[in-house]
Design a protein around this ligand. Structure first.
Ligand code: SAH
Length: 249
């Protein structure tokens, strides 16, 4: 019983995809396909590269030193890249991986680490963040892999926001905001490009809150009467945005 492409393993590859193209797998992918997934010659899988949609491919050569895939047929058209910008204050490693994976699953198009006063993490390993984004994209069939931007200080981000982001509004998850439902505020943003920013475990400092609230492009929202952990707040805020003005409609 041939498996439909829905249940086939999915692999992100950095190569153009077209009928008959051959893809040389590196050590890591070869090990994953042949040893972890125990795939062998002629087995099928789905490959995507973030711009050419998803394609069914087969293992043309299952050589242990380096597998070769042959691209067969496109199974999904490329979906447009998400325009949702997501900014967050990096958390400790475990939670950081979780946060970046959830932002990918929830449809962020740009994932921007923002360094704030109470951010605990000093040096970010962006290749690890990218690996988490790709893993999440493979698992939840995201076709356009979000961009992971280099870290930026909050003051820098705000100073350059209008120049770099034009009309985009920045939805500021403010744990000190009066607890009212953000639905109305979201509706006012419908049709505008938006970004979302969530603070670190220790929240935003008073100066940062003042700086954020002073920006004409910032829209402060409450995420309810309880203080959520930063990773919970990120998923909750992304869900609110996607449900009311995003791609869940
Ligand atoms: N200072 C508190 C809050 C940190 S929560 C503490 O130390 O526990 C981390 C981030 O999640 C906040 O900066 C905010 O962006 C978001 N957040 C958490 N609960 C929220 C709420 N009820 N409303 C809006 N944002 C919230």
């Amino acid at each position: 019983m041939p498996r439909s492409h829905k249940t086939l393993p999915r692999l992100f590859v950095e190569a153009p995809l077209a009928p008959g193209a051959t893809l040389e797998m590196g050590r890591e992918h070869t090990n994953y396909l042949l040893t972890v997934l125990r795939m062998k010659k002629a087995d099928a899988l789905v490959v995507f590269n973030g711009s050419d949609g998803a394609w069914m491919a087969r293992i043309a050569d299952d050589h242990r030193k380096g597998a070769t895939l042959e691209v067969v047929v496109q199974t999904q058209h490329q979906t447009p890249k998400s325009d949702l910008w997501f900014g967050f204050a990096p958390l400790r490693t475990g939670r950081l991986d979780y946060l970046v994976q959830k932002a990918t699953e929830m449809g962020a198009g740009v994932i921007q680490p923002v360094i704030t006063r109470y951010t605990q993490v000093s040096r970010l390993k962006s290749d690890k963040l990218v690996a988490n984004v790709i893993e999440a994209a493979e698992q939840c069939e995201v076709l356009s892999v979000p961009t992971v931007a280099d870290e930026v200080a909050l003051s820098e981000l705000l100073a350059h926001w209008q120049h770099e982001q034009g009309l985009r509004r920045l939805i500021f998850c403010d744990e000190s905001a009066p607890s009212i439902s953000p639905v109305e505020q979201m509706r006012d943003l419908d049709g505008l490009p938006v970004g979302l920013i969530v603070g670190p475990e220790g929240g935003f400092s008073d100066d940062e809150r003042e700086l954020l609230l002073a920006q004409p492009f910032v829209v402060p929202i409450s995420l309810g009467p309880r203080i959520l952990r930063a990773d919970t707040a990120a998923v909750a805020a992304l869900a609110v945005v996607q449900a009311i003005i995003g791609d869940w409609r």
